[in-house]
Ligand binder design. Structure first.
Ligand code: SF4
Length: 189
């Protein structure tokens, strides 16, 4: 199978093994609410595109969730366009690039938004619980929380990568798609 292609049926498994916390969180919320607001659809949609999800699969993925909330007719009318747009198939046909950590960290998610960087935008209790669910606890967890306190969000994410993969990540995390591809490299070896 092509290393730079992911398919619809693998998304949940890949999220558990290789998505950074920001993207796991959005997948959880999408599955829970069958909806994501604009900021989330952009951040998560472009990440999935960068991870190798093809346009047809992306449309099927979003339609499966959104149709449970707004119906498939409304999905096709109001949401499908912007997904094709993100893939450069509508409007100016720009091929949009996935967001970097820097861009995600500087976002200002409002009430009901689930985009942004959990290390920056979650409260302490929420973040601890989310990291616990990723299997991070004890000394590693305290080190991560220490980075967060000092506003070193990407370092906190790098430490999470190291704790969950059992290897060091010398380059550091600066992009969610880099997190994903480095994880896949390790897990495929
Ligand atoms: Fe996502 Fe980057 Fe934040 Fe990690 S540091 S959770 S990859 S935005």
């Amino acid at each position: 199978k092509d290393a730079a292609e992911i398919s619809l049926k693998d998304i949940d498994q890949l999220a558990k093994s290789s998505f950074p916390l920001c993207m796991r969180h959005m997948l959880d919320k999408l599955r829970e609410n069958h909806h994501l607001k604009h900021g989330g659809r952009m951040q998560f949609g472009l990440f999935l595109k960068g991870a190798g999800l093809k346009l047809e699969d992306a449309l099927a993925f979003w339609r499966a969730e959104f149709s449970q909330k707004v119906g498939s007719e409304r999905f096709d009318k109001e949401y499908a366009y912007s997904i094709r747009h993100n893939y450069g198939k509508e409007g100016k046909r720009t091929d949009y690039t996935p967001y970097s950590c820097q861009k995600i960290i500087s976002a200002t998610p409002g009430v009901g938004d689930h985009h942004g960087c959990p290390y920056r935008h979650f409260g302490e209790e929420n973040l601890r619980a989310a990291l616990n669910r990723m299997g991070v606890s004890g000394h590693a967890l305290e080190e991560i929380m220490d980075k967060v306190k000092n506003r070193h969000y990407q370092l906190a994410c790098t430490l999470t990568f190291e704790a969950t993969h059992g290897v060091s990540c010398d380059s550091g995390i600066n992009h969610p798609n880099q997190y994903f591809s480095e994880s896949q490299k390790i897990l495929r070896d």
